[in-house]
Every structure is written in structure tokens, then in C-alpha cells.
Design a protein around this ligand. Structure first.
Ligand SMILES: [Zn+2]
Length: 125
């Protein structure tokens, strides 16, 4: 009995050339899309978290509050492990940024808080 080939997407028998893997171009492109999704899953996850972080920082920054309890940001989905870059001031404090919105961990000062800042022109130096 010849091992029948079946489409990995819809499981229909594959007819035609022996190197043909999919029953149709529709299934082929669906498979390519899924493969790409899997490969890019990490990128997509990071990208999504960065967008959430930016939204959270932007939202709290708008309210004009400079220091916030960490838990208030976490509640909104903020994850401090995801940021785009950093800026170190002369005192050696490292501000982490998510695009133009930055945060400084104040736990060094014994506070369970973040100081929120926005990117400034002088930080480019
Ligand atoms: Zn198919």
C-alpha cells in the first residue's frame, strides 16, 4: 500500500506531484502564516509587552504624578523587564525607558515605587 500523503493543514489527501505537500495554495499559505507566527511568537510577545508598558507609563505620566507605587503599574499589566533603552545620570541612577517614557526604581531608597520621567533632549548625549 502506497503511503498516502495528507495535507498537514486540513488532512485532505494530497494529489499531484510527489513533492507537493499541501492540497491547495490556500492551505500552503495558511501553513506559511502559522510557521511565521510561531517563529515570530517571541518578537510578538516582546512587542506586545512594550506596547502595554508604554501605554501604562504614558497613562500615569499624563496624570502628572512623578512617583507611583509599583503595584499600581503592575495592576495595569506593566512588566519592568521589558524596556527599549536606558539612561544613566551623573549620580549613576539608571533610568529605564520604553520609548519616550522612563521609570526609575526607587527601591534603593527603600521605597516600593517608581519615579516616572519622559525622555529629554539632553539624554541623547
Ligand atoms: Zn489542505
Amino acid at each position: 500500500m502506497r503511503a498516502g500523503k495528507f495535507c498537514p493543514v486540513c488532512e485532505a489527501p494530497v494529489k499531484g506531484r510527489s513533492d507537493k505537500r499541501f492540497c491547495s495554495t490556500k492551505c500552503k499559505s495558511m501553513h506559511q502564516y502559522e510557521t511565521r507566527q510561531k517563529k515570530e511568537a517571541f518578537y510578538i510577545k516582546v512587542d506586545r509587552q512594550l506596547k502595554i508598558n508604554r501605554k501604562v507609563l504614558k497613562g500615569f505620566n499624563k496624570k502628572g504624578l512623578s512617583t507611583l507605587r509599583k503595584s499600581d503599574l503592575y495592576k495595569e499589566g506593566f512588566d519592568p523587564n521589558f524596556f527599549t533603552h536606558y539612561w544613566k545620570n551623573k549620580k549613576g541612577n539608571v533610568y529605564l525607558f520604553v520609548y519616550e517614557y522612563g521609570f526609575l526604581d526607587l527601591s534603593k531608597d527603600g521605597k516600593d515605587k517608581y519615579l516616572l520621567v519622559t525622555w529629554q533632549e539632553y539624554m541623547n548625549k
